[in-house]
Design a protein around this ligand. Structure first.
Ligand code: SF4
Length: 361
C-alpha cells in the first residue's frame, strides 16, 4: 500500500479534517496502522476535551417492545427469530419506568423498540405528549422508519431527538441486510428528520460482511455529509439465530478507529460509548470514552425484559437494575476524571478555527 505521507502526517490530516482517499481509509483500518492507533485515539480525545468538554452525557434507555416486523439479517429480535419470547410494555409501564429514571436524576431518555405495528403513530404521539406534560426531560425516539407525516406528528408532540442508523452507506450491502427496506428510503427518512428539526442520531455497524477499510471511509464520508447531532456505532456481533450467525464479527479496534475519526471530523457531535463495544470487550466503553466518545446510555428497562432485547448476543448489564447501572457508570466515569451529566444534553454547535472542509476523496 503506497501512502503519500507517513502515519503521523495522516493523523495530522485527520485532525485538520482534510478529505481521506480510499487508500488512506484502507490504511487506517489495516494492521499496518496498529502501532499508531493509540496516537489517533489520543488526538480524538484532545479534540473531544477542547470541543465538548469532559462531561459524559447520560441517556436513560427504555426498550419498550421487542416485537418487530422487519428481518434485518444481523438482528437477534428480527421477525426471523421465532425462538425469543416477545414483550410489549404498556404506556403506564413506560411512564413508571421513566418516572423511576427521573427520580434517579436522568433528564434525557431514549425510547426504543422494534418496528411494532401495535404501536401506531397516535400511540407514540400520546406517549410523548404525556411524558412532556409531566416531566421536564429530553426525549429521543428510536423506533425505525416512519412516513414523513408520522415523523412530523412525533416532532409536534415534543420529541427532541430521533435515532436511526443508516448502518452502511453502500446501497447494495444495505439491500442484502434489510429485505424490508432500501437504502434510499432510509436516507430519505434521515433527511426528513433533519428537515423537521429533530436532533438526529445516525450511525453504522462496523465489521459487517462485505465491508472493508475503503467502504468504512465512505461510511464516514456519508455521516460527515449529513452532519448528525449524534452518531452511534457498534461492532457487528453475529447472533447465532440470524442468517449471519456464522459470519466473523467486527473488532473493538475498528470501532475505536471509526469513533476517533468521527470525533475529528464531527467535533461537536454526541458520540456514545455503546453497550455493543462494552459487550465485545470488558473495557470497551471506557476505551471508547478515551477515543472521542462523550455519551453513555445506561439501560433502565425493567430487568425482566433485558434478556429478551438482545440485538446481539452477550449484551452487558442484563441483570443489573437501573440504580445499580447508574451507580456503576458514575463510579468508573468519575475514576477516569470525567463527570456524568444526566441533564437534557442538547447539542451546542461549535466551529473549530482550524476547520478544513471535508470534500470527499
Ligand atoms: S434492527 Fe431494528 S428494525 Fe431491524 S429487525 Fe432489529 S429491531 Fe427490527
Amino acid at each position: 500500500m503506497i501512502l503519500p505521507g507517513t502515519p503521523e502526517t495522516l493523523i495530522e490530516k485527520c485532525v485538520a479534517r482534510s478529505s481521506l482517499s480510499d487508500a488512506e481509509a484502507t490504511f487506517l483500518f489495516s494492521p499496518a496502522f496498529d502501532t499508531h492507533r493509540t496516537d489517533l485515539y489520543a488526538a480524538a480525545d484532545r479534540v473531544r476535551s477542547e470541543m465538548v468538554g469532559d462531561d459524559v452525557y447520560l441517556r436513560g434507555l427504555i426498550e419498550y417492545s421487542n416485537y418487530c416486523t422487519c428481518r434485518c439479517a444481523y438482528c437477534g429480535i428480527s421477525a426471523f427469530n421465532a425462538d425469543i419470547e416477545r414483550y410489549r410494555m404498556s404506556p403506564d409501564e413506560i411512564l413508571s419506568t421513566l418516572s423511576a429514571g427521573y427520580d434517579m436524576g436522568f433528564r434525557s431518555f431514549v425510547l426504543q423498540s422494534g418496528e411494532d405495528p401495535i404501536w401506531r403513530e397516535q400511540d407514540i404521539v400520546a406517549l410523548v405528549k404525556t411524558i412532556k406534560s409531566r416531566f421536564d426531560v429530553a426525549i429521543a425516539l428510536s423506533v425505525g422508519e416512519w412516513p414523513r407525516s408520522s415523523l412530523e406528528a412525533f416532532r409536534a408532540a415534543g420529541t427532541d431527538r430521533y435515532l436511526l442508523r443508516i448502518e452502511t452507506s453502500d446501497p447494495e450491502l444495505f439491500a442484502k441486510l434489510h429485505p424490508d427496506s432500501n437504502w434510499e428510503a432510509r436516507h430519505r427518512c434521515l433527511m426528513d428528520l433533519k428537515e423537521l428539526g429533530f436532533q438526529v442520531g445516525s450511525g453504522v455497524l462496523v465489521g459487517l460482511p462485505g465491508q472493508n477499510g475503503a467502504s468504512l471511509g465512505r461510511d464516514l464520508r456519508y455521516l460527515i455529509g449529513i452532519q448528525p447531532e449524534m452518531v452511534g456505532i457498534g461492532p457487528f456481533i453475529p447472533h447465532p439465530l440470524t442468517p449471519l450467525g456464522n459470519a466473523t464479527g467486527g473488532t473493538l479496534d475498528a470501532c475505536l478507529t471509526f469513533l476517533a475519526l468521527l470525533r475529528l471530523y464531527l467535533p461537536d457531535a454526541f458520540l456514545p460509548a455503546t453497550s455493543a463495544m462494552g459487550s465485545i470487550h470488558p473495557d470497551g466503553r471506557r476505551q471508547a470514552l478515551k477515543a472521542g466518545a462523550n455519551v453513555l446510555m445506561p439501560n433502565i428497562s425493567p430487568i425482566e425484559n433485558r434478556a429478551r432485547y438482545q440485538l446481539y448476543p452477550g449484551k452487558i448489564c442484563l441483570n443489573d437494575d437501573a440504580l445499580k447501572c447508574r451507580t456503576c457508570v458514575e463510579g468508573w466515569v468519575t475514576a477516569m476524571g470525567r463527570k456524568c451529566n444526566p441533564g437534557h444534553g442538547h447539542i451546542i454547535r461549535r466551529s473549530r478555527p482550524t476547520n478544513t472542509a471535508f470534500n470527499g476523496a
